[in-house]
Design a protein around this ligand. Sequence first.
Ligand SMILES: Cc1ncc(C[n+]2csc(CCOP(=O)(O)OP(=O)(O)O)c2C)c(N)n1
Length: 546
Amino acid sequence: MNGAELLVKCLENEGIEYIFGIPGEENLCFLEALRLSRIKLIVTRHEQAAGFMAANYAKLTGKTAVCLSTLGPGATNFVTSTSYAILGGMPVLFITGQKPIKKSKQGRFQIIDTVRMMEPITKFSRQIVNANNIPSLVREAFRNAKNEKPGSVHLELPEDIAEETIEALPYSHTKTYKSHSIKNSIVNISSIIKNAKYPLLLIAAGANRKSTCKELLSFLNKTGIYFFSTQMGKGVVDERHPQCIGTAALSEHDYIHCAIDKADLIINVGHDVVEKPPFFMTHGGFNVIHMNYYSAVVDDVYFPQHEIIGDIAENLNILTSHMESCNKIDKEFFKRIKSEIETNVFSNYDSDNFPNSPQRIVHDIRIVMPENAILSLDNGMYKIWFARNYKAYEPNSVLLDNALATMGAGLPAAIAAKIVYPKRIVLAICGDGGFMMNSQELETAVRLKLDLVVIVLKDDAYGMIKWKQSGMGLPDYGLDFGNPDFVIYAQSYGAKGYRISKTDELIITLKKCFQTPGVHLIEVPIDYSENEKVFIEELKNKTCLL
Ligand SMILES: Cc1ncc(C[n+]2csc(CCOP(=O)(O)OP(=O)(O)O)c2C)c(N)n1
């Protein structure tokens, strides 16, 4: 066996099914070992996109994912997706190649210090300098990737180590047993919750685990406490739940903040300051109980007074067993707030104007999406509209990035979702800016014969930045661009292309695309004048029904 074969064996031992990436000549030995393994290689058209696919595969399956690149330029192309995985808490092993390290005739050709480059954006970054170390380094990489908080790890496999002859075995996994100290303090915590008049529960990114959904629902149903979510906590509990008051897509001044500002206690399940803040804590304001796998990073906007650290599902289960219906809650207040949010956020989509308003687009997409369909959002202005106005019914049914908040991940994430769930409908929504950052992956989707629908929202500009620019009272400058003809562009990849030219065509076209196999791209012009009308004027003039 050689080093590359041993590495592949170790990856098989970790249960790896797919590797996403672009091989270079330094990976050829690894590629050959992969060819003879049961792992499937998904070749992409950019390493960044491979990293985004792996990260979303990890998010959807809960398993550590793997991606591959060559040295130098391939590795530098990984930087954005490595950062995406570490901030977003997605366990991914990034494997890069390298020239031989013992004797090489290549000088410094393509060589950069990839291990050091990866250090600040991974939890563990190592060069394999001896094939003997492969089993322990792989286990360490996977252990680090999965340990709380999950994230990216990196291994560099030089060509000569890949070719080294070696006899070794992968290591087996360790079963970890953890102790609980929460049982002792639970009575105290439960009485704080029982005594609150305006308690709220916040569901954030860290709560997005299979085990947590059930426990959260039991807690909410038993206590009657109202809840909201951060963008990355969307759908962990069905947003149609009668106690749900929506998603805090903005940090302040939205309708939801009428409830947050009145709260005396927030039970914050799974929050992490990497997310855009759902609220700002102030001295003398509400108390926060932070429940997460790890302790809170204290920040000017977040300094919880209580922490319950450890497995969220187990701790919630213990907490629920000490709770009863919270009868001190001012239910009338929360009912009023909820009805105001239903009217102003979820029912305010009536405009027949063309180009379509963001509210109308969100509404039309929600009504045609089946219950378990998956929406994958890139980053742009529309992400705020979807986070705020689109009700998620199931966990991970809205894939979005509110941590690195990078443009370009929407389409690769949708491809990963379709690989994991071939039978579910998957819709990617991108701005014309973000789409063009990884649009080449349309070819990957066509080659993999995926049934996938992509909406490109066309405003011929970096719309989100335009909105911020005008909000700061600055003149319109430096944010407009031209676009290809998206219909012809899609067709040139072997996908089908459509252009919406009337408001009500979106629903009809989407229904048709969902029923027809293949990759479909729909160009949808969007009217962003609503950004200012709602987020600046309407919210400024709103009054909270207190
Ligand atoms: C890789 C990357 N570059 C730049 C940004 C900063 N940024 C955030 S949103 C945005 C505009 C997005 O434009 P587009 O995709 O067209 O969507 P729109 O806001 O117009 O709906 C920019 C430039 C970013 N988040 N990520």
